[in-house]
Design a binder for this molecule. Sequence first.
Ligand code: C2E
Ligand code: MG
Ligand code: MG
Ligand code: MG
Length: 289
Amino acid sequence: AAKQGGRNRYHRCTPELNANAQEQMKLIHGLAAALELAQFELHYQPQMDARTGKTVSLEALLSWCSPELGRVAPAKFLPLAEESGAIIPIGNWVLEEVVRQIRAWLDKGCAGSGITVTVNISAQQLRESGFVERIASLLERYDVPAQALRLEITESTMITDMRLTQQVCKALMERGITLGIDDVGSGYSSLSMLNRFPYQYIKLHHSLIQGITQSREDYIIVRMLVEMARQLCKDVIAEGVESEEQLELLIDLGCREMQGYHIGVPMNAADIVYYLKGSGDQMAPPAIS
Ligand code: C2E
Ligand code: MG
Ligand code: MG
Ligand code: MG
């Protein structure tokens, strides 16, 4: 297609393509060494129980601080990490870092006994052999209860190799780990998957939440999803809550937990301590478990 406009057009496109390819190369090369160079960072975003206003979970969000590229968002490097298989060691690092952090918060006494941290899990990670056992041994090593961990997967994760995914989800739940389905209502989600796996909650995609105060259609879809969850005996978390109006609407609809810039931005582990202190109470036991 680049050649269609003749020679001139072709030449005009080339530098841009090169720049893109160059950035991809930088990403791929940088990513390979990033773990060893300790360039990954986790931030934690609060999730609030709509009924009590208390913080009930913190979602761990990964970012990569590259000296060359600056701070790289997960959307930029996760697809590459998934393609190259690097997601396995990176995901293992995330899990250990989170469990270690939970232990540290428990030791500081700042999180009460009800602390839970939510971790995003890629499809490959879930299907890697020994995944459940690895988590179990991490929890044991750091003396952290399984109830402190929530794992979030997307529906697209579930479509491939359904039997294995089903088994893994079941094993995780049997150990007391909470499971949620992320990004429900996004372009990639398929509702037909929602009754084939064990899990406790769905998390509504922020693109839907964004629209609920302006678009009647979005409002109706959110209402329908909340109702569906109720019928399936699942809880609902809304992500991307950015305003008081959205929050009120979601509370009215019966959403159980809220997450978004209006509730709290992602923070580093030290700031979370102040956030929890500042919000007047320690973390409450989770509504969803
Ligand atoms: P997610 O799990 O759906 O996480 C929520 C995303 O929404 C985060 O983006 C968060 O920063 C952003 N967000 C939070 N509040 C708001 C808000 O009020 N409005 C809007 N528009 N966005 C908000 P982030 O950090 O860029 O992460 C993007 C995605 O990358 C995550 O989506 C998750 O799927 C994936 N991800 C992040 N960390 C990890 C990880 O450790 N492992 C894996 N496998 N995936 C991860
Ligand atoms: Mg998530
Ligand atoms: Mg999400
Ligand atoms: Mg997501």
